[in-house]
Write a protein that binds this ligand. Structure first.
Ligand SMILES: [Zn+2]
Ligand SMILES: [Zn+2]
Ligand SMILES: [Zn+2]
Length: 151
């Protein structure tokens, strides 16, 4: 199985982005993190391990990753987690197009990813009802994961 950094870099490369060392370092930091991180925390971590990392360029990297659906913001705390990268060939929609919602376990803190094709229909219905031009939605689920409620 491809690792998260390799998978994400391959997707960026396929879309014409360069594979740079800072981009790889950010992806690796997110891959190794046990909890979501802020760009500021990633910059701090990289400096601790002796890499040059100014906050502004780390923010830009997060912006690129988020625009490509490769990192996701946790609504509850504004930090970012890695994408679980559903293989694009198993999905009719591209990484940037499908929804990546978080299921956050309040017991162990584990975060699972949930894609929600059905919500597009809800969105269309709401748009028709309200005449609001919906561009995106944000949704997060809190609860207890299957491993925690098995105990
Ligand atoms: Zn995702
Ligand atoms: Zn959604
Ligand atoms: Zn749990």
């Amino acid at each position: 199985m491809t690792s998260y950094p390799d998978g994400a870099l391959a997707m960026l490369k396929a879309r014409g982005y360069r594979v740079t060392k800072p981009r790889r370092l950010v992806l690796e930091a997110l891959d190794q993190a046990r909890a979501p991180l802020s760009p500021y925390e990633v910059a701090q971590h990289l400096r601790l391990v002796g890499e040059r990392a100014d906050a502004a360029s780390i923010y830009r990297i997060f912006h690129t990753l988020e625009a490509n659906g490769l990192v996701h913001r946790i609504i509850a705390n504004g930090k970012y987690r890695k994408c679980q990268l559903a293989p694009e060939d198993e999905c009719e929609r591209h990484q940037t197009q499908h929804c990546h919602h978080s299921l956050v376990c309040r017991v162990c803190g584990r975060i699972e990813e949930f894609h929600c094709p059905g919500l597009n229909l809800v969105e269309q219905a709401i748009a028709a009802q309200t005449r609001f031009a919906i561009e995106s939605h944000a949704l997060e689920f809190a609860g207890v994961c299957d491993q925690c409620h098995a105990h």
